[in-house]
Ligand binder design. Sequence first.
Ligand SMILES: Cc1cc2nc3c(=O)[nH]c(=O)nc-3n(C[C@H](O)[C@H](O)[C@H](O)COP(=O)(O)O)c2cc1C
Length: 285
Amino acid sequence: MVDYPEPVTDLIRRRKSWRSYRREPLSEELKSSIRGFIASLDPPPFGSSVRLELVDAPLHDRSWTPGTYGVVRGASHMLVGILKPSDMAFEDFGYCFESAILYCTALNLGTCWIGGTFSRDYYGRAAGITSGEMIPVVSPVGYVTEKRSILDSVFALSAGSKNRRPFSDLFFKSDFSTPLDKQEAGEHAEALEMVRLAPSAKNKQPWRVAAKNGGFHFFLSRSTGYRSLFPEVDLQRIDIGIAMFHFSSTAASLGLAGSWKRMESSHGISAPKSLEYRASWIPQL
Ligand SMILES: Cc1cc2nc3c(=O)[nH]c(=O)nc-3n(C[C@H](O)[C@H](O)[C@H](O)COP(=O)(O)O)c2cc1C
């Protein structure tokens, strides 16, 4: 499990998307610290091929970060995530990329998951992707400005970024008809709370979790009409991977051991047809 210099729950609570940065390149020390972290990452839960690169994105005489269509201002480094498509690659990708995002948060640097508004060609060249690889997401990394730029505020407002659904909308007992309250979640309540606070594309919060027989079963509630913009990149399965990382890193920090598995069926859980089963966290007894 990832070792952060402070509790992962503090990092999860502190992280927010930031699109305006000071025009100040990162120190060599910070860059090598981030590169050291991403080089030491354990393989993701389902063993997919995921790699991360921190690339320089010099501003030259512009104020916006290249390849971001003016959405990101001032940052001159980009964390680029690369995967080779496979069964659980998007969940594994979300899991790894979020662990690096939280590491940057621990270094007091700003970040922003960007799955839409960036040039895949530009960052494909910068990160040297090879055939069979793709870039689902990038994130600027830098020192944040005191105030958000106007465009940054517009993005944050239009996604309703400050809001999160209540616990009772997201977490259920085995059959999805009865919400699970915090008390019933017991020692796993904090791990679920960290799922609730996770970032997600357009802040859609598509994670739904059913608790059954001590395990936690993660389902995807797909937002309609959402996938079609970038058909080759499944951002909502990446959202599930982010939530998985929040859950298991919090559980591990509380001494709750378990591992991720994909069950053959959805573990006997009668879920509504609208939910897609993705993965289960099974406690180690
Ligand atoms: C997979 C993913 C893709 C995202 N893509 C974009 C994007 O293309 N542009 C953008 O400005 N924000 C993007 N975001 C940021 C979300 O809008 C943001 O996480 C959400 O509104 C919650 O706000 P917060 O991160 O400040 O908590 C993305 C987030 C995720 C997890």
